[in-house]
Ligand binder design. Sequence first.
Ligand code: TRP
Length: 325
Amino acid sequence: MTRFSGVTPSGNATLGNYLGAIRRWASEGRPGDLYFVSDLHGMTSAYNPQRLRVLARELLANLVASGIEPDQVFVQSDLLPQLGALTWILECTCSFGEAARMTQFKEKSNRRELEATPVRVSLFTYPVLMAADILLQGADEVPVGEDQAQHVELARTLARRFNGAYGDAFVVPRAVTPPAGARIMDLADPSRKMDKSARDAAGVLFVMDEPDLLRRKIRRAVTDGLGRLEYRPAEQPGLANLLEILAACTGKPVRETAGGFGSYGELKEAVTEAVIEELRPVRERTQELLADTAELDRIRARGAALASERGAHRLAAARRLAGVG
Ligand code: TRP
């Protein structure tokens, strides 16, 4: 059983990425699991190459610092030759209509068109690269958020189709959606998910933020004028989000977190302390890893070697069956 997922370096890791995905990957880690930094996916819209490189490295360090085994992480671009080859084979397995139906593509391409920025072909083919990520590693379980479930479904369709048409090369994967909860919203706009690539980071808590900065952002978090300390996500989304964060950091059920505070200010104090303590070990370990260039290079090279070894026979089989190897 291989569980497999990726995180795209479109920005620094947020508290939402950590609580909603990375922390769970680390705590549920089993020997065959594999996690990666999907830097190639960060190229589907205008980006800065130097920043992409730095972010990919920091995210890799975040994954290891969070407790994922160093042998179970890699950076996607280290497998570029294999992934490029498999993406082509899978593009020849995928219909135009299937790719055009992807909700994320429709939304993102609409937005780009409204902003009059060009839509890159890679934005369209990105789910096929994602399928290549998954199928190359023979993953069977892919934990992703709702927004990525359709892409995993496509990977599943392509695996089945290829196996049926040419012969068995691929494990057929399925999406596993993590249990509800820990959907962390932007502190300045609780109707929006906390997003690492948000333009305005005032309401985004980053894993690498210093305690002082976390404190300031949480103090300014949007709440309401009701002065009622209860968990009511529909009426009091800002407050509910703070309670969710507190619950996720302390391990208590969210409905039990509201009691005991005299004011919103007191609650914010408690959230601040909980977030600082939750992130401190990850931030400090990440800093150590980033400072130890040789060690991080070694982890990265080993992760790449293991993942590429693991994928080699599947790519070879797919090429042979497809008549191009
Ligand atoms: N597209 C995913 C995201 O933006 C990241 C990702 C890329 C991924 N390849 C993957 C996740 C393969 C799971 C499996 O969140």
